[in-house]
Design a binder for this molecule. Structure first.
Ligand code: ZN
Ligand code: FE
Length: 259
């Protein structure tokens, strides 16, 4: 599988996933059809599917134009959000299969940012599309769920193999890692990752993909066991019950929302 990030709007990514064996492609999350269709033409592939992670406009705003340009296009999206996903033809639930050419993926339900948010996992390719649930060094805001639900959803993703490549919905990495470094300045892997990310951004390059292993080593919300992190949170939110992981997670979410 080739995965091509296509910048959308201010800081979104659509991803063209290409099956070279059949010269077919799918697109994960499309806010703006123009750049996606241009990339499809440039590569000489046939776009057969849209894979929507959730209903927000910056992830599905381009669906209608894609369908108009390519009649018969399959639009996958969460059954729980079907009424809010333009052009949907294939409502899917947790564990359902998805196919792009000969590539085989599966849906993982990861609610909290939205109540029906899904990820698309391609296990043989070791590729995961996480939308606005797991970013590189971050997670989405809790618009339709709570901290406990987000912890469960992130837990489903971090249970995947460490080498799984993570393609997320936004280029937020640099700011996310600045927040992480404030809380865990002694984390060597975080320092190294931050340097690499800053170098990429200086060249205007995307910081995706990350990997599940990198996220577990650097993303504070997944590092509630780190004593340095716990101490940092306690210093900033003195009343937090550090023995309760959900309370620490909620405190972190509050700190990040105001960062
Ligand atoms: Zn969103
Ligand atoms: Fe978004």
């Amino acid at each position: 599988m080739d995965v091509v990030p296509i910048p959308q709007l201010a800081d979104n990514y659509a991803y063209l996933l290409v099956d070279p064996a059949t010269a077919t492609a799918g697109v994960v999350d499309c806010a703006d059809a123009g750049p996606v269709l241009a990339e499809v033409r440039r590569r000489g592939v046939r776009l057969v599917a849209v894979l929507a992670t959730h209903h927000h406009f910056d992830h599905v705003g381009g669906n209608q134009d894609l369908v108009a340009a390519l009649p018969g296009l399959q639009v996958f999206g969460s059954a729980a959000e079907a009424s809010r996903i333009p052009g949907i033809t294939r409502p899917v639930r947790d564990g359902d299969p998805v196919a792009v050419g000969e590539l085989r993926g599966r849906v993982i339900l990861i609610p909290a940012h939205t109540s029906g948010h899904i990820a698309y996992h391609f296990p043989t390719e070791r590729v995961l599309f996480t939308g606005d649930t797991l970013f590189a060094g971050g997670c989405g805001r809790l618009f339709e769920g709570d901290a406990a639900q987000m912890m469960d959803s992130l837990g489903r993703l971090t249970a995947l193999p460490d080498e799984t490549r993570v393609y997320c919905g936004h280029e937020y990495t640099e700011k996310n890692l600045r927040f992480a470094a404030m809380l865990e300045p002694g984390n060597r892997r975080l320092r190294e990752k931050r340097e690499a990310v800053e170098a990429l951004r200086r060249e205007g390059k995307p910081t995706v993909p990350s990997t599940i292993g990198e996220e577990k080593a650097t993303y504070p919300f997944l590092r509630i066991d780190s004593p340095e992190l716990a101490a940092s949170v306690r210093e900033r939110v003195p009343r937090v019950r550090v023995e309760d992981p959900v309370a620490v997670f909620a405190a972190l979410r509050g700190l990040k929302d105001n960062f």
